[in-house]
Ligand binder design. Structure first.
Ligand code: SAH
Length: 395
């Protein structure tokens, strides 16, 4: 892609870039030579006219997302090389050639030095999701890079950016196959089968970021009565069943999600099982369950999507966790999560701590959880750490 403009920073505003932070905020810009459109590739210069980075131009508070700190051409080779490096990192994790897991995140935005795009692999299908116009306009390069790296192992590429692009950009993006067509087979995660619908489901179809945490639930489930709250397609429930739970109840307010849970239970365990589905509000359900469960999972949707609603979100986490502390059996284990990016580890821990104190129960922290290694955090972009979890032993 051609460079269309030069962005010049105010004095000292290059400091975060010297530490390789991948964003430039609009307030850091002194002037622009050229007239870039949203999504164009622009060069960035310091106040003393030295090249410092290049990236995708955006209209909004983040004005440039950095693609490179070197003056390189953003051509097909660039995309191939970045995608290959992401692939090699997943190969090092044993994810690209595993007999038991064939779904994983190939590209995690800033974590893979490609801010504004994620790519998830589900068997033979790659799902690309752009969060910036620059990445959306690069989707043919990205698709070609995926094909170059995987060869004929990838048979379809689905672009699911309709709901994630900046609304104002007016691109009229449509979710669609940009290569191949629908392949309808369940994926495997740690040997457990899941029907994943990237066309209709939330995110890219599945919450790949809970893989390791689901495995831990499996390890604690033997003989326990498990409640999986906000279960979506039943990820935690299936691991609990596989781990030998005495019973598993799954709750989600979405009827569609609960139908998926039932199908997922059936393809793994048949119809004679100890699993019950509830299409119900989580808060309502929690009120009715005195002493029934000795393992509870709380994995709610992000309560805060931006900073303005942070306090309200923290109260929400406190209220939800307080209910679970009140209701869980003595000796129970609580898995509790927050996936809100603006809620820090400390915020979350404080909310859960307050909830525990309100309940008056004796609580130990057994594990502190985060996102898995295929959702890496760029060390220069600590904001990329978004998933937080605590495993608690409740006396
Ligand atoms: N734990 C899931 C992901 C959870 S996503 C997994 O491992 O795949 C959050 C889910 O919460 C969504 O499926 C959404 O439908 C559900 N949800 C949102 N608000 C809810 C509420 N008040 N009660 C019950 N479920 C709710």
């Amino acid at each position: 892609m051609e460079v269309t403009a030069q962005v010049f920073l105010k004095p000292k505003k290059e400091e975060s870039l010297l530490r390789f932070h991948p964003w430039i905020f609009s307030g850091a810009i002194r002037h622009i030579i050229g007239n870039p459109k949203e999504g164009d590739v622009v060069e960035v210069y310091t106040a003393s006219n030295e090249f410092i980075a290049l990236g995708h131009y955006q209209i909004g508070s983040i004005a440039v997302r950095i693609l490179s700190f070197d003056p390189v051409d953003i051509n097909q080779e660039f995309w191939n090389a970045r995608i290959r490096r992401a692939f090699e990192a997943r190969a090092a994790l044993g994810l690209t050639n595993s007999a038991t897991t064939n779904c994983y995140r190939l590209i995690h935005g800033e974590g893979d030095n490609l801010p504004g795009v994620i790519v998830d692999i589900y068997g033979d299908t790659a799902v690309v999701q752009s969060h910036s116009v620059g990445m959306y306009l690069s989707r043919d390069y990205i698709a070609e890079g995926i094909k170059q790296v995987y060869g004929n192992r990838i048979k379809a590429i689905y672009d699911k950016s309709e709901g994630t692009l900046p609304f104002k950009a007016g691109l009229n993006a449509k979710d669609e196959y940009i290569f191949g067509s629908a392949i309808d087979t369940p994926v495997l995660e740690n040997g457990i089968k899941f029907n994943v619908s990237w066309e209709e489901g939330q995110k890219t179809g599945f919450f790949l970021d809970q893989r390791d945490n689901r495995e831990l639930v499996g390890k604690y489930s033997k003989g326990r009565d498990v409640l999986n709250m906000f279960c979506y397609t039943g990820g935690f429930s299936l691991y609990a069943l596989a781990g030998g739970a005495n019973s598993v109840d799954s709750v989600d307010s979405s009827k569609k999600a609960m139908d998926m849970v039932d199908r997922n239970v059936e393809i793994n365990f048949g119809i004679n099982h100890n699993h019950t589905s509830y299409a119900e509000d989580a808060f309502e359900h929690l009120r009715t369950i005195d002493g029934k469960y000795d393992l509870i999972i709380l994995d709610p949707p992000a309560f805060a999507k931006h900073n303005k609603v942070l306090n309200k979100a923290l109260l929400g986490y406190r209220r939800l966790n307080a209910l679970a502390f009140h209701k869980i059996k003595p000796g129970g284990i609580l898995f509790t999560f927050s996936c809100s990016q603006v809620v820090t580890k400390e915020h979350f821990r404080n909310s859960v701590f307050t909830a525990a104190a309100i309940s008056g129960r004796n609580v130990r922290i057994l594990h502190q959880l985060t996102q898995p290694a295929d959702h890496p955090i760029n060390i220069y972009h600590p904001e990329g750490e978004y998933l937080k979890g605590l495993v608690l032993y409740v006396e």
